[in-house]
Ligand binder design. Sequence first.
Ligand code: SF4
Length: 376
Amino acid sequence: MQTLSLYFHVPFCASKCAYCDFASYPGREGDWARYFEALWAELDGWKAALRGYEAATVFFGGGTPTLVDAGYIVETLSRARSALPVARDAEITLEANPGTLTPEKLAALCAAGVNRLSLGAQSFDDGLLKALGRVHTAAQISRAVDMARDAGLENINLDLMYALPGQTMRQWQSTLDAATALDVPHISAYSLIVEEGTPMARRVAAGEAVLPEDGAVNAMQREAVRRLAAAGLARYEISNYARRGFACRHNLVYWSRGAYLGLGCAAHSLLGGRRFRNPDGLDAYLSGVRRLDEEALTLEDGMEETLMLSTRTARGLDLAAWRRAFGAPFGAGRQRALARLREGGLIEIRDGFLRLTLRGMEVQNAVVLELLEAEE
Ligand code: SF4
């Protein structure tokens, strides 16, 4: 039996955050039922092709999966179980926004098998939350964690953001302290990326919002590594920190290029050596558009993705696995690039693994580019 990871996209939100360019649609409550019918039909269509697979992880992302009635999620899980076996110990994650949870909703979701909650906390500073366009307060984050624990959930993640316009180091430290004080086993800390076309990008372009300099951003990243490690959360990926045994198994599948099937609008898949994606637009999805940009991955694609994804993780790139997968070790050009990067303190090679150093993680894109461009 082969394993895969299942992803369901729930593209509905209460309102649009100022920095958001995800496939998320506020004000479309009237489409919830139609959307889930389409999602279930898509899942049904996969049944035959999923023979021989078992789902090791299931992830509901968004959007705000906790905005919709719990019944939709419960029914989706039940249909997933009839489409393919879901492992007994499957990690079943639900993304949630503080303020959208109730004890009744959580009880229904946990009874259906949800065993991991990923809360979009972002900041414990109410002023920054407001500037981001978040609809919750810091106090609601703590209440959501309490509520999740009361429902029996132990595996809880808090998403945090840094490098926000006007954010000081002191504010970031306070957010890290408030998050670790909640004693959750997993924290993700993402640097804000200002995406074109968002209200945040317009504010930055107009000079109404000022982003921190690169040096300040790197200092915030290092502060996260230091404070989270002190709280027992080790960095296992550029933006992810966990207590032993609580690394997100679903995301580890993405970073190790395991098989995953994404259903719903904007969902991506890698299955049977092929990549494809569904349309980002809710209306395009509702009108039946599926499996765009489908392509079989070449050996070259595999090398590129392996370099890009494995160097994000603390485990790093397994050089013996590379040889097995691609039939040869790094060529002379890439070996020279490795020597340069090593000398520059950006990578280290130990116990058969190539890893980025703390400094290397700050410039991961540049490191990967140098390795990709190194002629063989
Ligand atoms: S809650 Fe998340 S998906 Fe929804 S608008 Fe905000 S950032 Fe986007």
